[in-house]
Design a protein around this ligand. Structure first.
Ligand code: KIV
Length: 269
């Protein structure tokens, strides 16, 4: 089974790693066969599984249910579970809710925010819960941002994000997810924190890992498709098309063929 120390080793060796969102057992098994390195039970399930417009309606009970479904079927990937909207408003709440998803089979929790989460990161880590912090475009704050927009587009905003990362690393953050930021920002964060792997989604080619929502990379998402998405299903045919597409994604990430320049935000900082 992939562990946090494997991810740290991959970073040192410059071996990129793959991550996909996953919410159910059959997809979790497909990802085990394809040897996807890490799985995220993302609160994007609010959209992909439940049909909502955002992640805000997702509950901790939903996260526990989907974490159980995924963890039963995949013994290969490191499993990260999101703590949903407002479920970590205090460090104490974060610990109570982290306990639920960890007991359901997660090996790490992900929370969204900045340096203000330092105390929470410290408490969780002290209690044996490794923490991934999601920065940049954080979908739980869509109503604060006023939409799903590229973040850290100026030098000042980039420096503020780097400062958040530093404080979170000091508090014990073990992993970052960086979403929708200039490619240069992804590179700067990955280079600055040599012990902390960084997973990007729309953060350029220089982060240590990449993540996509599985429905996006299988071409199942209708409507507006984000710039950072590549449809890996389009290249497949035959009986094992889904597993082949997942495998193609994994190989494209580790061989550094994905993301290509057209999937990234090229903004000079
Ligand atoms: O919930 C989710 O799927 C996520 C990814 C977009 C990184 O947080």
């Amino acid at each position: 089974m992939t562990s946090l120390s494997d991810l740290r080793r991959f970073k040192v060796e410059n071996r990129k790693f793959s991550c996909l969102t996953c919410y159910d057992s059959s997809m979790a098994k497909a990802m085990e066969v394809a040897k996807v390195d890490t799985i995220l039970i993302g609160d994007s399930l609010g959209m992909t599984m439940q049909g909502h417009d955002s992640t805000l309606p997702v509950t901790i009970e939903d996260m526990v249910y989907h974490t159980t479904c995924v963890s039963r079927a995949n013994r290969y990937a490191m499993i990260i579970a999101d703590l949903p909207f407002a479920s970590y408003a205090s460090p104490h709440d974060a610990l109570l809710n982290a306990k639920k998803v960890m007991q359901a089979g997660a090996q790490m929790v992900k929370i969204e925010g900045g340096a203000w989460l330092s105390e929470t990161v410290q408490l969780l880590t002290r209690h044996g819960v490794p923490v991934c912090v999601h920065l940049g475009l954080t979908p739980q704050s869509v109503n604060v941002f006023g939409g799903y927009k590229v973040q850290a587009k100026t030098r000042q905003a980039a420096d503020a994000l780097l400062d958040d990362c530093q404080q979170l690393v000091d508090a014990g953050a073990a992993l970052f997810v960086l979403e929708c930021v200039p490619a240069q920002m992804g590179k700067e964060v990955a280079e600055r924190f040599s012990q902390t792997p960084v997973i990007g989604i729309g953060a350029g080619a220089d982060t240590d890992g990449q993540v996509l929502v599985v429905q996006d990379m299988l071409g199942l998402t209708q409507g507006r498709i984000a710039r950072f998405v590549r449809n890996f299903m389009i290249e497949q045919s035959g009986a094992n098309a889904i597993i082949d597409a997942i495998q193609a994604y994994h190989h494209a990430v580790i061989e550094q063929q994905f993301p290509a320049i057209e999937h990234t935000f090229q903004i000079e900082l």
